[in-house]
Every structure is written in C-alpha cells, then in structure tokens.
Write a protein that binds this ligand. Structure first.
Ligand SMILES: Cc1cc2nc3c(=O)[nH]c(=O)nc-3n(C[C@H](O)[C@H](O)[C@H](O)COP(=O)(O)O)c2cc1C
Length: 248
C-alpha cells in the first residue's frame, strides 16, 4: 500500500507534527510510506502529482487559531481542484496537535478537514487530536536521558566492569515514565494506523499528554522561557530594540 505522510507544520525542524507523523509512520513500516512537507509552496505541484498514486494520506498538522494554518488552507484549495480533475481515490486521515493541553480543542479543526473531504468527494477516514505540545519536549529530554544511561553503562563496560541488571534500572524507569506520559497518544496512533491499514473509517479520538493540567501549566512556562532563551541565543535578545524610528 502506498501511504503519504504530510507534515503541515511551517517549522523547519523539531515540529510536533513531524514527530507525530514519524510515530505514525513507524506503525506502518510494512507499507510504502513517503514523507512530504507543506512548508515550501513551490513543492505543492510535486505533492499533488504524487496524490494520484496514494492509497492513504495522513496529514499531521498543528492547530492555528482554532483552525487550519493558512499555508495548509492554500494547499487544500489546490488539492481540491486537482483531486476532482484527476479523480483521486485515497483515504485521508488527520493528526492535529495543539498547544493547550486538551486534545478536544482540535474537534472543529478535524471537522474542517471532514468538510474538505465532502467537497472534494473523498471519503473521510478519521483523525486524532493531540493536546499539549510538551510531548515533543519530553521526547527531546528522554532521548538525551536514554543516551546518557546507555553511555554510562558502555563506559563501565570499557573500564572492565560488566553492567549488572541494577545498572539498567534507571534506563528502564525512564522508558516506563516516557511511555506513561505518551500512553494516550500511542494508543490513538495505533488505533488510527489499524484503520489506515484497512483503508477504513474510524471515529475521531482526542488525547493529551498524561500530566495533570495544574502541572502542565508550570512545565509549559519553563518550556516557553527556555525556547525564548535558546531561539534568541542569549537573554539580551529579549530586550532587543527595533532599529525603525517613526517619522514625525
Ligand atoms: C499562529 C499560531 C496559532 C496557534 N493557535 C493555537 C490555538 O488556537 N489553540 C492551541 O491550542 N494552540 C495554538 N497554537 C499552538 C500550536 O498549535 C502548537 O504550538 C503546535 O504544537 C505546533 O505544532 P508544530 O510543532 O507541528 O508546528 C498556535 C500556534 C501558532 C504559531
């Protein structure tokens, strides 16, 4: 089966949509999965051409102002015309993710893609709404933690101490915590991938990172501060003045 996974995030790297698309792709490894991005508009014609040969289309996309990001909307306009003209026949699925913790915020967003399907005369397959962007941050943190545990045991081995079971307990603990945080997302993605494999229809599902909302707010605050610091390279960018001076 030919499956296209489209990343609808405008981010160049480290997008949650890209991450969720990859998780979905790893559940479909026995199929021919191809990844594309909607970041560059010049690539839309190439993506549209590929749609002719696709059995299932999975769009992983962020929620922007409770709706479809404008560049994705532009793509959908073009895709509607293209699909009608070329009688495309694929099953579309959407993985929508948002910043607020509740996945149900994506409900109307998913409905919009369902409406697009009706207009394009394509049968809507179903979707999932994932709340709490922190998921991606957890993945970065845990991959570093996993690597550190493995390196520590490797160094021990090189120095002549054979790691015993107890040495692996911190790694097992971190994997268990990571799976706990992601359990809802993993479940929804596995259920959606089962529908994709059958090219069938499924009900929309909403999930979120397994953290209480009270804790999430503080984790999100720390994440935002770190993002600003690292994206701005140093703290002085927070206080940068604009060079433009308005004329009197
Ligand atoms: C312009 C803009 C609008 C957004 N609007 C919403 C929103 O209405 N509700 C929400 O929960 N998150 C909103 N967000 C947060 C994104 O949905 C969130 O950061 C998402 O995880 C980004 O996904 P990506 O990394 O795949 O781009 C918005 C972000 C941006 C940049």
């Amino acid at each position: 089966m030919n499956i296209m996974i489209l990343n609808g995030s405008p981010k160049k790297k480290s997008s949650t949509s890209g991450f969720l698309g990859k998780v979905m792709g790893s559940c479909l490894i026995n199929h021919d999965v191809n990844y594309f991005s909607l970041r560059i508009k010049n690539e839309y014609p190439k993506i549209l051409q590929s749609l002719k040969y696709v059995d299932a289309l999975i769009l992983a996309v962020p929620l922007y102002v409770d709706g479809i990001p404008s560049h994705v909307l532009e793509f959908l306009h073009q895709a509607e015309i293209f699909c009608k003209e070329n009688k495309c026949n694929f099953s579309p699925y959407v993985i929508s993710n948002n910043g607020f913790i509740e996945g149900v915020h994506n409900k109307v967003h998913l409905k919009m893609y369902e409406c697009w399907c009706r207009r394009t005369r394509i049968i809507w397959g179903g979707g999932i709404g994932v709340g709490g962007e922190i998921l991606r941050v957890l993945s970065i943190y845990f991959s570093v933690a996993f690597a550190v545990h493995i390196i520590i045991n490797l160094v021990k081995y090189i120095l002549g101490t054979l790691p015993v079971f107890d040495d692996w307990i911190p790694l097992i603990y971190d994997i268990a915590v990571y799976l706990f945080f992601n359990i809802g997302v993993i479940y929804c993605i596995i259920r959606l991938s089962a529908s994709v494999r059958k090219l069938g229809k499924t009900k929309n599902r909403y999930t979120r990172v397994t953290v209480s909302s009270f804790l999430f707010v503080h984790m999100a605050d720390i994440f935002m501060v770190l993002t600003v610091l690292f994206n701005g390279k140093n703290i002085f960018f927070l206080l940068k003045k604009d060079k433009y001076i308005p004329k009197k």
